[in-house]
Write a protein that binds this ligand. Structure first.
Ligand SMILES: [Zn+2]
Length: 196
């Protein structure tokens, strides 16, 4: 005997989430069965609200509500420095350090032969459209093979524009992710950045 269609539909929805296999999806569907109606409605409303209101900043690619993120709108931040990161998670990690007061640019990934991610799939062209008045670009992609490849690629392009370019990673374990690093390690990594 098969599960009823509505049950299977929900299982299928859960299975599309990252890291959720068939058994976990079934377990979650059973859990929804036990949820009261208000919670289910609130959950559904929150999902819709999330999709309607969370966007990528038109300038830097960070997540925000509205057209531009808080950081891009904050005129007290140093407009002459841009820190390039892979994902919005990295912006939150860097902000915890509290010692960085410049702007960000979020690539949404890295150049990767394995995934087939190319320059055109990333938020790169918009970086080169916002370099007026910028004195330094800090390349803070993760210290992984893909992160290094992407940093090197950007460094070559930035050199042509005569922008001072530096690379963090000093002190960060090879193959690690910036958003997992503790604040002190990130601070040291930022302070010890090297010109490339
Ligand atoms: Zn922004």
């Amino acid at each position: 005997m098969n599960y009823p269609k509505s049950f299977l539909d929900l299982v299928e929805c859960f299975k599309r989430l990252p890291g959720i296999g068939g058994k976990s999806a079934e377990r979650l569907a059973y859990y929804v069965l036990s949820m009261d109606k208000e919670y289910v409605q609130e959950f559904a409303h929150t999902l819709m609200n999330f999709q309607d209101n969370i966007h990528y900043c038109k300038k830097c690619g960070h997540i925000c509500e509205g057209d531009y993120c808080e950081i891009c709108q904050d005129e007290t931040r140093d407009q002459s420095v841009i820190c390039v990161v892979e994902s919005p998670k990295d912006v939150f990690a860097m902000e915890k350090v509290r010692e960085y007061h410049g702007l960000y640019h979020v690539l949404h990934g890295t150049i990767s032969m394995i995934d087939g991610t190319t320059v055109d799939d990333l938020n790169i062209s918009s970086l080169f459209e916002r370099l007026d008045g910028v004195k330094e670009v800090i390349l803070a992609t993760n210290p992984t093979r893909e992160g290094e490849t992407t940093a090197l690629f950007l460094a070559k392009l930035l050199a042509k524009r005569n922008i001072e370019t530096s690379r963090i990673a000093n002190g960060l374990p090879i193959g690690s992710n910036i958003d997992y690093a503790d604040e002190l390690t990130l601070l040291k990594s930022l302070e010890g950045r090297k010109k490339i």
